[in-house]
Structure formats: C-alpha cells, structure tokens
Ligand binder design. Structure first.
Ligand code: G
Ligand code: G
Ligand code: NA
Ligand code: MN
Length: 253
C-alpha cells in the first residue's frame, strides 16, 4: 500500500530510470543494440525491480502512465544518442496488460515523431505468453505496431505455449531464447537440443535469434556453434546507465 502510494509519485519525482543492456553480434562481437530495462530508485528501499512494481502498477491502473514514460524516455534517449553521433537500436518491454491499453500504438507513434526517431530503430519485446494472451486483440495490436514501422520481438521464448501456427502469424522479426535454457546449456543435453531446435525453427521462419542471460564463455561458444545470431547477458555487460553504455559501445568490448 505504501509502495503503491510512492509509485504514484515516482514519475513526477524523477525516480524512474532506464538502464540499457547491450546486445552483441554473436560472431562479429560488436554491439547491435540495447534493451531498455526499467529501474525505480526508491528513496528508502533502494532500487526496486520491475518484477515487483510492474505487476503492482498493473493492478493499480498505473501501468498506462508508467508505460508512456518508458516509451517517451527511450525515444528521448535515442534522439540524444543520435545527436552525439551514435545510432543505437533500442528494445523496450511491453507487458500483456500494456498491449491491451487502447492508446499504446498512438503513443509510440507520437513519441517516435516527437523525437525524430526512425521507427525501425525501435523494437518492442513482448513475452511469448503475452503474445498468446487474448489472441485476437493481441494480434491486431502487434500488426498495428509493425505497420507503424516498429520491430517486434518474442521474449522469454520456450516458457510459454506458442503453437507453431500461431508463431507463424506473428509479424515478429526476432525471437529471444529464455535465459533458463541458456543457463542449462552446459549441464543438460536436453537444453542444448531445445536451443538447437528453437534456432532452426526461428531461422526457418526468418526470425533473428537472440540468447539472453549469457554468463559464461562456454555458453557463448555453444550458442555460436548452434548458429545463434545475437547474445545478451552479464558475460558482455549488465544493464547500465546511458552514458556508460555509450562509452562502452564506442570503445568496443
Ligand atoms: O531488469 P530486470 O531483470 O530486473 O527485469 C525484471 C523483469 O521486468 C523482466 O521480466 C523485464 O522484462 C521486466 N521489465 C523491465 N523493464 C520493463 C519495462 O520497462 N516495462 C515492462 N512492462 N517490463 C519491464
Ligand atoms: O524478461 P526479460 O528477458 O526482459 O528480463 C530481462 C532481465 O534479465 C533483466 O532483469 C536483466 O537484469 C536480467 N539479466 C540480463 N542479463 C542477465 C544474465 O546474464 N543473467 C541473469 N541471471 N539475468 C540477466
Ligand atoms: Na525483455
Ligand atoms: Mn526475457
């Protein structure tokens, strides 16, 4: 209850921030983009995870405002980077609840125009389970997003129950392998078989594959061998403040 009261004021008190985690080209090693991850710097509790406050915001009807802040801030940051001479692709996360907000696509379009961001530079990540939710409406919204020129990514793939026929109907350009499979790659041969199959499936649907949660050199090597396109995880970089990401991307890892 107290946390909720604080959350209502978090935006105006400038306690929200986006951190950016780099995505790396699997064979080239260069930065291909960054995922924006929301942080709440609570004055007393310290940094609160979105895993805690996003569900809270959804229950309290605050997710619209929170989501708009994320969209606006990500576009503002892309414009600021471009003015510094750096073109950075950015992915934002959208929850199932956000996909049902009627003005979502309009807000995204407006923010892109306001900050003169090329829509193709922005990716929206929706989880596999969110994509499956309420399929008629969700399909309509993701098609609207893609019609606006934004890229669509299926996040946490492997944890939901997307059927192949449904996956084929999603206008996605990227699929992210859930980090639980990446974590088990070295120990469990079935994880390796699953990742192998997911990469082949994705490629056959012309989707780019990103592995998330890459923490070890041996995971990196296995993913490269299996033909994964891009990698993301603590092995390369944790979510960081914009200035640090910019320096990091320029200097090369
Ligand atoms: O970055 P971290 O591991 O703390 O993120 C925890 C969860 O919160 C992840 O599932 C991530 O996708 C989600 N998340 C992070 N940033 C955002 C955001 O801006 N919007 C939404 N809806 N979810 C986010
Ligand atoms: O659900 P989603 O994939 O958006 O969640 C991203 C979350 O994963 C973020 O909270 C981020 O901090 C976390 N994360 C990013 N890289 C790693 C990693 O290498 N290991 C682990 N355990 N978590 C990671
Ligand atoms: Na994500
Ligand atoms: Mn994920």
């Amino acid at each position: 209850v107290e946390l909720l009261r604080d959350l209502r004021r978090a935006v105006e008190r400038r306690q929200l921030a986006l951190f950016y985690q780099p995505k790396i080209h699997a064979t080239g090693g260069h930065v291909t983009g960054a995922e924006a991850l929301l942080r709440w710097r609570h004055p007393v509790r310290g940094v609160v995870s979105p895993a805690v406050f996003v569900p809270l915001a959804e229950r309290a009807g605050l997710i619209g405002a929170l989501g708009h802040w994320v969209i606006e801030e990500a576009c503002r940051q892309m414009q600021a980077w471009r003015q510094e001479g750096m073109r950075m692709r950015v992915s934002i996360n959208l929850s199932a609840h956000q996909l049902r907000q009627p003005d979502l696509v309009r807000r995204i379009r407006e923010a892109l125009v306001r900050h003169q961001v090329d829509p193709a530079q922005l990716t929206c990540e929706i989880t596999e389970s969110a994509a499956m939710d309420d399929t008629g409406t969700t399909l309509a919204i993701v098609h609207e997003l893609v019609a606006a020129g934004v890229q669509l990514s299926i996040d946490d793939f492997g944890t939901g129950y997307a059927s192949l026929s449904y996956l084929r109907r999603l206008p996605a350009s990227e699929l992210k392998i859930d980090r639980s499979f990446v974590h088990d790659l070295e120990a469990a041969s079935d994880a390796c078989a699953i990742v192998d199959a997911v990469i082949r499936l994705a490629h056959s649907l012309s989707l780019k594959v990103v592995a998330e949660g890459v923490e070890t050199e041996s995971q990196r090597a296995i993913l490269c061998r299996l033909g994964c396109d891009e990698l993301q995880g603590y092995l390369f970089g944790k979510p960081m403040v914009p200035r640090v990401l910019a320096t990091w991307a320029r200097d090369g890892e």
